[in-house]
Design a protein around this ligand. Structure first.
Ligand code: SAM
Length: 269
């Protein structure tokens, strides 16, 4: 899959792309990501990308011509259908389902606004506007990075173990189950003000659930399903209406609902 990202802060985007799962996928050639400096598409000596707003008011607006040139140049360099996404707090809220939709495009172009945003006429070249949440950031670079990361994880070969992507929060409408690693028992120092000798909720929370140490794979699988459903029921119950549950999971959900919220997420005790 190919991404082109257009920004006035290429170094900021390139630094983040170099790390972790995405960085390794780029290194292996599973993903191709090109970051373009919008200033390279200006026609003046000072590479100006912004101007005052018509009608007055605070802030500056990104000039349209560099954007048209940048998008033309990207389209010319990579013939074929590309999907152009404008990062915008006014766009469709980004979700795991949308990451899935975007991952089916061969070529995504991510447009990073700055200042008050981009001249409205550039929208004629935009296929969709995407927001990463109901808050306003200073620029589209972080949203573009969020989208590249979430979309890239869904491309075969990017994440080492594809089962981990299938199990992840939101993939089937459920939050992920809790994860533990060694050591099996942990002694944490008492918090300031806490009696060090007292047996507390923290002690139980620091013990790995016995089922995970049992070697009983069927029991572990069922425990994980129960924990994922219990966690979703407690934290994000609205997700369950659209969750793709199998028969066993539906039965677990019925049990948990019948028990009421008491004990939910405490299946290990
Ligand atoms: N004046 C705009 C408004 O009120 O809708 C906000 C512009 S914001 C300061 C500058 C740029 O940051 C936007 O053009 C967009 O590219 C990006 N941006 C800010 N918040 C965002 C969000 N929640 N999701 C996606 N992009 C965002």
């Amino acid at each position: 899959m190919t991404f082109d990202i257009v920004t006035i802060f290429p170094a900021m985007v390139e630094a983040a792309l170099a790390a972790g799962v995405v960085g390794r996928a780029i290194g292996r050639g599973t993903l191709a990501v090109t970051v373009h400096d919008l200033r390279g598409f200006t026609a003046d000596r000072h590479h100006v990308v912004d101007d005052v707003p018509y009608g007055g008011g605070p802030g500056m607006v990104m000039k349209p011509e560099p954007w048209f040139r940048a998008l033309d140049s990207i389209a010319a360099a990579r013939p074929g259908r590309c999907h152009v996404v404008l990062t915008s707090p006014q766009g469709r809220p980004f979700t795991q389902a949308m990451a899935g939709e975007l991952s089916r495009h061969e070529h995504l172009v991510l447009v990073c606004g700055r200042y008050e945003g981009i001249d409205e006429r550039v929208r004629t070249r935009i296929d969709e506007e995407v927001s990463i949440g109901d808050y306003v950031l200073s620029g589209g670079e972080l949203p573009a990075l969020v989208m590249v990361d979430a979309v890239a994880r869904l491309i075969p070969g990017v994440v080492g173990d594809e089962q981990s992507v299938i199990d992840e929060s939101f993939s089937r409408g459920l939050l992920d189950f809790p994860h533990y690693t060694r050591p099996a028992t942990l002694t944490a120092p008492a918090r300031p003000g806490e009696d060090a000798g007292r047996e507390s909720d923290t002690d139980a929370a620091l013990t790995v659930p016995a089922v995970l140490l049992s070697g009983n794979h069927a029991a572990i699988r069922r425990w994980r399903k129960r924990e994922a459903i219990a966690r979703t029921l407690r934290r994000r119950p609205e997700l369950l209406a659209a969750a793709a549950l199998d028969d066993e999971e539906r039965e677990i959900l019925r049990e948990l609902v019948a028990q009421g919220s008491k004990g939910v997420e405490d299946g290990r005790h």
